[in-house]
Design a protein around this ligand. Structure first.
Ligand code: UD1
Ligand code: CA
Length: 494
């Protein structure tokens, strides 16, 4: 989440660099997509890491890529520009471990940068800027440390490196699970994979790393032991909220962290004045903005850059993607994508607003309607069972039930323009391109192929013909024929 700790003044940290490790394949995800490009809350794991890092305004922000480097680097740059800053890309040629990855990351920093290097992993999606700031403050406290490790207490420490301390609390080393003794595995204080280092100490410790462990990798975690041996200050700081620093290695953790992120997002909106009736069935992405006094009914998904203005009611059972819902509007049991719902307008139930729909203030798109690239003016209505595509409709106009804007001739799409205060009769086909003038009417069942001038009533097809006795002659021995015969016999008796 982007919620920075308000008590924490975030000044630009000119002596801080952040290196985000994102070179691993993430094999435990069992996916053709690199782990760090899986998303929760509508943002990739890497995107979350970049946002958290950017929030402390470091002088340099490095992302280390390796596996699927082009895709991951592109996502890193995109996340950087979403936060308004440049991301330096470092390449780790082969994935020889987190220590090797940090070496690659350091190579991307200016040689004369002598400040604090924060290392985070791209698979810790709930990590926020405030937690990194707290780590930096702890690291800088006298005596300034060579290494400060952010740890937490895990209910189930499986898979994490264990943080070992002396009796008086001094951090001595981090032991990976694969290398730990049974006693060490019983330790529940674990390494979050987030650290602050003095660059010079980090560089010299990395030079001493050996892959003499069960995974034959260069472990960044060994820097702790090496710095201790060199007589440098090593500190551990404990994060009280284990979920903020929980790693994501498989899809079970992905959904658990996604659910937790959502719980936090929903709660922050609730505390800001939004009524969320059922947090468990409401999903809100990180970029969504909602004003106070909005009501979100159960089963609602708000995604992308969706914004909802005050007093609007959204849901139940609705999906909004990049939607702009204005004040006092209502959307029920409908899908709204890349569209604007004007102030006081109503949508649904059971309608689908596709990209480019602009429903004017006080307007209505009722039940079972589909709209696309359609401007529908103020107080105009599409109440039932209609398709409106590639259209401009004026104000105060009513589109009768079961009307189709026939926009596609099989090859090209064409536009229809309907004026103000028009009454389109039920079951009208408007075969585009055409224009219906202000104040015009169309009769029910009209097939419009030509423009209708202002104030005209358009009628298509000839007068009604009733071919007497057709059913009995052409559909003999059917229930219809029998019913018709009985009715005619009754009429004849009178
Ligand atoms: C790591 C830590 C462990 C810690 C845990 C916290 C080490 C040796 N272990 O274990 O102590 O408890 O994180 O979540 O550091 N990566 C690279 N290049 C590589 C290997 C990994 O860039 O060669 C990146 C991955 O993309 C990932 C991060 O480093 O973003 C962590 O790697 P991962 O394999 O998930 O480490 P863990 O086994 O979780
Ligand atoms: Ca991990």
């Amino acid at each position: 989440m982007d919620t920075a700790n308000p008590g924490n003044a975030m000044t630009r940290s000119i002596d801080t660099a952040v290196i985000i490790l994102a070179a691993g394949a993430g094999t435990r995800m069992k996916s053709k997509t690199p782990k760090v490009l899986h998303a929760i809350g509508g943002r990739t794991l890497l995107g979350h890491a970049v946002h958290a890092a950017a929030g402390v305004e470091p002088a340099h922000l490095v992302v280390v890529v390796g596996h699927e480097r082009e895709r991951v680097a592109a996502a890193a740059r995109a996340a950087g520009s979403a936060t308004g800053r440049d991301v330096l890309i470092a390449v780790q040629e082969s994935q020889n471990g987190t220590g090797d990855a940090v070496r690659a990351g350091l190579a991307a920093l200016p040689a004369d940068f002598a400040g604090t290097v924060v290392v985070t992993a791209a698979d810790v999606p709930l990590l926020d800027s405030a937690t990194i700031s707290d780590l930096l403050a702890e690291h800088a406290a006298a005596p300034a440390a060579a290494v400060t490790v952010l740890s937490f207490t895990a209910a189930d420490p499986t898979g994490y490196g264990r943080v070992l301390r002396t009796q008086d609390g001094h951090v001595t080393e981090i032991v990976e699970e694969a290398d730990a003794t049974p006693e060490q595995r019983a330790v529940t204080e674990v390494n979050s994979g987030v650290y602050a280092f003095a660059r010079a100490d980090l560089e010299s410790a990395l030079a001493g790393l050996r892959a003499d462990n069960s995974q034959a990798e260069l472990y960044l975690t060994d820097v702790v032991k090496i710095a201790n041996a060199a007589g440098r200050t090593v500190r551990g700081t404990h994060c009280p909220d284990p979920l903020i620093v929980a790693g994501c290695n498989d899809r079970a953790q992905l959904s658990a962290l996604g659910k937790e992120l959502n719980r936090r997002i929903v709660r922050s909106h609730q505390l800001a004045g939004v009524t969320v009736v059922d947090p468990d069935s409401t999903w809100i992405g990180v970029e969504v903005r909602i004003a106070a006094d909005v009501t979100i009914a159960p089963g609602t998904h708000l995604e992308g850059s969706t914004t909802i203005a005050e007093d609007a009611v959204v849901g139940p059972d609705s999906t909004l993607v990049d939607a702009d819902v204005r004040a006092g509007a209502r959307v029920a049991r409908s899908s709204v994508h890349e569209s604007i719902v004007g102030p006081g307008a109503t949508v649904g139930p059971y309608s689908y607003l596709r990209a480019g729909t602009v429903l004017g203030g006080g307007g209505k798109i009722g039940a079972f309607a589909e709209t696309k690239n359609a401007e529908i003016g103020e107080d105009s209505k599409v109440p039932h069972l209609s398709y409106v595509g590639d259209a401009i409709i004026g104000r105060g106009t009513n589109i009768g039930c079961s009307t189709v804007f026939v926009n596609y001739d099989g090859v090209n799409k064409h536009r229809t323009v309907v004026g103000d205060h028009v009454r389109i009769g039920s079951d009208t086909m408007l075969i585009a391109p055409l224009t219906v003038g202000d104040g015009a009417y169309t009769a029910a069942g009209t097939v419009l192929k030509e423009d209708v001038p202002p104030g005209a009533l358009a009628v298509s097809g000839g007068a009604q013909r009733n071919i007497e006795g057709w059913v009995q002659r052409r559909r003999p021995n059917t229930a219809s024929a029998d019913a018709a015969a009985a009715a005619i016999a009754r009429t004849d008796e009178q």
